[in-house]
Each structure stands twice: as C-alpha cells, then as structure tokens.
Design a protein. Sequence first.
Length: 750
Amino acid sequence: MNCYLKLYFTSALLLISVSLYAQKNQDISSEALAVFYKLIDSSEVYYSSGNYKKSIDVNMELLREAKKINNLEYIRLGYHYLGYDYIALNDSTMAKENFDRSEKYANLATNDTAKAVSYMDLASYYTTFSGKGYEEKAVAYHEKSINLLENIRDTLYLAYAYTNAAATYIKADELRKGYGHLINAKKYASLIYNSDPLTSGIELLMGQYYLKKKKYFQADQYFKNSINIAKKNNYDSDLMEAYKFSSESLKAQGRSKEAYESRLLYEKYKIKKDKTKSKTDTDAAIAQFQIDEYRKDKKAAETKTQLQTEITRNKKKQNYVLTVVTICALIVVVVFIITYIRRQHLLNELKVKNQEYLEAKEETERLAKSKSKFFSTVSHELRTPLYGVIGLSSILLEDKSLKKHEEDLKSLKFSANYLMALINDVLQINKIDANNDVKDKKEFNLRELVTTITTSIEYMRLQNKNKMKVEIETDVPRFLKGNDTRLSQILMNLIGNACKFTETGIVTVKVNSTNISKQMATLHFAIIDTGIGIAKEYQDSIFEEFMQAGNANYNYQGTGLGLPIVKKLLALENATIKLKSELGNGATFSFDITFEVVDTSRDHKSNIVLDFDLLKDKKILIVEDNRINQIVTKKILLKNGAICSLAENGEIAVNMTKNERFDVILMDINMPIKNGMEATKDIRLFNISIPIIALTAVEIEEMRQEIFESGMNDIIVKPYDIDIFKQTVIRNIISAENSSKMNEIAQPVI
C-alpha cells in the first residue's frame, strides 16, 4: 500500500503544487517547468520499473535544479521521492533522513496539503519498519496527518489518511480506534469519483475488524464485498488477502469445506504474487549493487571526460566531436518541443481537474447544507403538532372535572412524550455526526440535576411499578463545572432504559468519586436495575445504531438509538460506557467523567422559583400562526390571570405593538407574511425595552446566534415544561421592570 500511496499522492500533489507555484511566482520560466516535468516523469518510470539507481540519479538532479531557483515545493518533492527509493532498498537510515528533509521543506513552503502528505510519508516509513518498535510513531504521524487534513477539509486525502491509519490500528489490535477511522474513511470515500481501489481496501479492513471481534457473520459479508470489488477491477493483492482472512473466518466457524476452498484461492493468488515478488527482489538486489558502484562510475566518467579533452586537441577529432554535439543539440531541441507540447497538454488537464474538484467540493457543501436544513425542517414540523398534544393533555390533566379521564390523559401525554423522545434521538444522532453537539461548559448542581431527571420520568417509573433510589456519596462536590446538557442526555437515556426494561423492581442511580482534588473531580456513575438483563451475545451489538436486544418474554419497541447516543456522547467526553449483565439478573451501566470543581466558598444560589401569581394582569402578546398552539399557550397563561392577545403573523404583531402596551411578547419563529426574527427587528426600531421571547419548535443550536442578533431576549423550545415556561416568562418581565426602574433613577433631575 505504501508504494501505491507514493505514486498516487505525489502525482496529484505535484499538479496542484505546480499550478499554485506558477500563479504565485511568475519568474519561473517555461523551460524550467519543462525540465521539472521531465525529471518527475522519469523518476516515476524508473521507480515503477525497479531501477532504483536511475531513480535516485534523477531525483538528485531534480533537487539540484530546484535548489538553483530555490523552489521549496520541488525541493520537498525531490526528498519525498528519494525517501521511497530508500524504502524500496530497505535502507531505513537514508529513508528517514530524506523524509525528515521533505517535512522540513513542507513546513517552509507553508502548504498544509504538502505537510499532511509528509506526515503520511513518515507514517509509511514507521509502518514499513514497525518490527523495530516504530508502531507508536506511525500512529502519531497518521493522527497528525488526519488532524491537518480535517482542518483544511480536504476530503480526497482524508479518505486515504483514515484508511491507512485504520490499518495500523487494527494491526496493533486497537480495534475501537480502527473501527472509528474506518467509518470516517467510508464517509470520505463516498465523495470520491471511482473509489473502488479505496473501497475494496476499506471492506477488507472491516472484515479483519469483525474477524478479530469474532463476529464471523459480519466479517464474511465484508470479505465478500471486498472480493466482488477486487474481482471487477483485477485487484490481485486485495483478492489474495480477502481469501486468506475469509478462510480464517470460515475455519473458526467450523465450515471446513468452505474454508479449504477459500484457502486454495488464496494460494493461487499468492503464487502469482510470489512470481512477481521474485523478480522485484532480484531487481532490488541489482539496484543495490548499482548503488555501490555509483561512485566508481562517477570517477570513471570524470577520467573519460579528461581523455576526451585531450582527444579534441586533435583537429580531426574536434570535427567529429562537433558533429556529435550538433546532433545532440538537435535531439535536445526535439525533446524540448515534445516536452513543451506535453506540458501544455498537462496544464489543460490540470485546469479541467481543478474545476472538477471545485465543483465536487461545492456539491458536497451543498448536500451538507441541505441535510442540515432538512433536519431543521423535520424538527419544526414534527415538534409543532406535538406541542399541541402535550400542552393540551397537560392542561386537561389539571381540570378537576376530567378526573375520571386522568389515566387516559396520562397515557396520551406519555405517548406524545415518547414520540418526542424518538424524534430527539434521531436529531441528536445527526447533531453528533455533524459535530454540532453543544460544547459549552457551565456551573451546575449535580444533586439537583439528578433529581430533576428522575422526576421527569416519574410516570414511566410508576407505569412499570418500580422504585427509584438515588445514592450520591457525601464527598462528591455539590457544585461542578462541565457540559451539564451532555450529562443530562446520558443519564436520561440510561435511567429511562432501566425503567423501561424493569417491572416491579428497583432502579438505582449511584455516584461516587474516584479521584478528587481542589480543581478537578473524576466521578463514577452507575445505573443499576433489577430488570430482565441482557444476554452475552447482545452486549456488544446494543451499542450499534438501530440494534435492540431481543427477549422472547419482553417486547419493547423503540428506535435502538438511546445507547448509541450515550456511547457517542461519552466519546466526546473522552469516556467509555461499561456494561455488566446476565439474562434475568438485571444490568449495570457505568462510566467515569472528569469535571472542574467549583469553589464552595462562593455564594451559589439555585434557580429561584418565582410565584406564578406574578403573571396576574400582565399583558402578553402571543404571536403564533398555529391555532392549536395559540389555544395551548393562551390557556396556560390565562389560568394564572394573564391578559392575552393573539397575532397570527409578524406583520400583525408589529402593528399591535405600535398601538398597545404589552409586558412581554411570545414570538414564534416560522410564520407566513413576516417571520418572528423580521418582526422583532421591526419592533426594536421603536421599542427596545419590551422583552421578546422566542417560542419555537426549531432546532435552536444552528439559529441561536441569529435569534439573539434579531433582538430577542430569551428562547423557549416547544414542547416545554409548563412550570419552566412560566418561570421564564416571569423572569423576563421582572428583568424588564427592573431595567425600567434603573433608567428612571438614572434620569437627570431638571
């Protein structure tokens, strides 16, 4: 694979480097460019044919010409080629020396793509000589290359970088990292035109991953995929490897006959390869001998030149030499013309390839934006009607005249909440995959957070007649700083799962410290249930998306996304999920996360619970185009004595605000005629003090900044907890009143 990378990457990088350099450095002549193209072509030809002495000669000439005009890109390229020449000759010292110099000039050229390729070169070096303990260094250079390519979003190179890194990890039995890199390799390979060479290798590595995991069914499928692609394209090397590992998988399953057949096919392709390798080994030995004789040849050439000088003193010989020189000059002119024509052809091809690359990149970015817009629209369109169902059921539950329907209403609300949870799971997976997950850190009270989560799933606990226990050790700090949103999502999924799969049992949430200092605390979380348990054969697969552990006596339907979300969220915290379970004896899910410890000497106040009576006689404008949502929001506020007005779109809201005084405006985002953000901007032209709260069902993470920039004061996401909704409205009204009083005090006395 290393040889393939050298030929492919350097050719592609060369074309890009030449184009960029020609644009930035107009002083390089067309003659010089022709010389470089000729040397590079010759280097590729000699290397491919195994004539490493000639390849080294040409590459040294390339270096001399590049140094004459101080062209950093070509100097880097010369050392790059020499490194692979010495790898082919198994000379680790010279290979390392030349790759180091290539990296040095990549840094001087300030070309990020060149830097990334130089890191790949060093990874290839350490992988080739891994028997000398270089495996860890190979991994380090793989990761440096990937990080740099991720920063510049070069999808073409990332596909190969992730594949090579995955191969190293799987070879070292670091299967989790290897699998993660293969997933990324697949993602970027899908964006490459004619990705069969890469896809064949990825499928083969996937098969090796599952073979090491002893998941033979999955391994066989991936080996078959690799074989099909390799057969179609005559990739003999991939076919040989695929048949070899397929034979091992079949043998482990006791399928001896099929294993034997695969082994025969492996031997067939191995014999074919050995014949080729034998020739390559012979050529390499000859090349090594040629290198040893290189200095002798050079000295002999110098002696010959001296003799030729003496001969030219003879007039007859001078005429002969002149004739030879003339012929050589004609040959050079012909070669130059051919090279110039070829250069023009290559430049035209480069322009076409660059245009195709830019178009492909733009298409990828367009598809990413379309996907994001699609999920945002789905979020709004699904959450909006659910807001009506959840809100109306909450209001009806508080109506004492409907007491006899209480259980039915609770079931209705539970079903709506369940559907909302499924929607949130799908959206959460998308946010994590798109790197849009919330990364903010803030202070929070751990005990209050756990209590809030257990209270929020109280109905689910009661439905299955379970008992809930919360045990937090006394040495666990009360106030921490970290991503409380991410922790809430993890605990909500795990505690919710425990309640779903436990009936008439006990669900326990335990938190204790494993390492505490004044600044940091590592906490161990364990969610323990006495439910149905999980069979050993399902304990790995339940963390894969859309997978569920089957049980003949228990039929729970769901998306199968809860535990994959937990696993991905913990990965963002550099943590892993652990599972201990036996079928019929409950399950324990545990993980460790490190948080910052907040200074306990500071004054920490919990969220102040405001009196809902503060809503009485407050004039509230509800801007909402959905009739059901209008009814729900209005009934919630009317119950606490608020005076509500309705506006069906932003245009009406602007006009009403000009003519009436309101204490607060609840503004929907997506509305016809004029949306919420446009309406807010118009209102702020004549009223900067009235609090405006976004009341929306859209995914706010992508729009948060735009919402606040429009002039809104706060955001409430539908569907919401009614108490939190009212608290938010009251808090904004009080804040506006306090600001108004401060402004009155600050006015100068006339």
